[in-house]
Ligand binder design. Sequence first.
Ligand code: CA
Length: 497
Amino acid sequence: MNPSDNVAITVKAVAMGTELMPGIVTQTEIPQGHKVALQDIPKDGKIIRYGVTLGYALSDIAKGAWINENMLRLPVPPQLDNMPYATNLKTDLPKATQTTWMGYENPLGGYAGTRNLLGIQTTVQCVQGVLDVAVERIRKELLPKYPYVDDVVALNHAYGCGVAINAPEAIIPIRALQNLCEHPNFGGELMVVTLGCEKLTADMLVGPENNTPENVVVLQDHEGFEAGVQAIMVMAQKKLEKLNLRRRTEQPLSKLLVGMQCGGSDAFSGVTANPAAGHASDMLVEGGATVLFSEVTEVRDGVHLIAQRCVTADVRDKLAAEMRWYDNYLEAGMVDRSANPTPGNKKGGLSNIVEKAMGSIAKSGTSPIVEVLSPAEKPTKKGLIFAATPASDIVCGPCQLASGIGLQVFMTGRGTPYGLAAAPVIKVCSRNEMMDSWHDLIDINAGPIATGEKTIAEVGEELFNYILTVASGDEQPWAEKHRLFNYLCIFNPAPIT
Ligand code: CA
């Protein structure tokens, strides 16, 4: 990956006694994607990949030996004070080969929608059962009458009551739910179902000016189950009539907001899928679009590299503040960033969080970073943005949705069927084997980069084109076709009562 590396990863599993390069003979069998020492590394010596110290050897490692997660000690994370900024602002980005797409103008302004959906927001989990029954009926009885509306989405979540609503950190889940109401795919048609006695009131969620009988169904105001369902259906019909008038129009790339995420990563993620996503991200940014990348624990070890790409001291300062907040959040739970990697990550060759982070940040490409967002905030700038979120797939997704993403690009090495109901999710896999086995779940295969059949730029351009095709509604990625929609897990770092 870098001339200073003293390890490399295997493209395929390698038998013991194989000469990989002149003078480098494998000491044991080495699994696919795992590290092999390119030189003798003494105890406490640096193990270097991506030109970065992944850790320190716990004992002597011979040339040709397999290096797994039990053989290195984690380095201290990069410090956050006075990080140099704006020292790596790249301007020669790969050219966007297409500069428009077909999207839905958002009546509330801002980014355009990629789908035309009736989004039904909720203030509290208590209403989910009734709402789910109503949504099933809406889909069956009403939706066929409104052919220009793609779907109905119930925004059920676990927040809203039984929570310390005035805790300082409650601002995160509340902001997430507020911003979700204004998602561009919902076309400015506000519809909220509440119970009536919960802590998160409709006033808090949508503002007193929007808390009207036209927008809000209060279940406790209706006489029984059937009446509550009926009230939801009557309101839904009115909203569907308006949404059915929406049409796609030609939009500039500046009206497109794309989120990047990875999950179930392996050692190839940083070699194939994430760099290809980074190339697509650079093309999008060059064309005027906005791209979010996230996952705090997965950039923490490369934060100094991210800071160098921040355009101003203010952006750098907010980056450091978000990292510090997360350091403290983890410390309060008596863990650190090393809690991030999963058993699957390790099986895929990722020894620790530093190695995972170096692969993860590759998806941000090389563009300058124009803004840093707190979890679930909306962007105010165009270009590449770091949106601080947990790395957990199912928590990062809703955070980025709240920021307003029209679609998410999801890179995976081990595979996950994850998807979002409110915006399409495109899957990019890191290995050919993944594509072969999950042919009806993976949309783009970056594996040919590892086998030398395609370049990062080629797969990156393929992904860029596919992003615009999906955003324009001309194709559905597999997760959308199969309706693989995860629950909305809203990030709540505040206490539950
Ligand atoms: Ca993730």
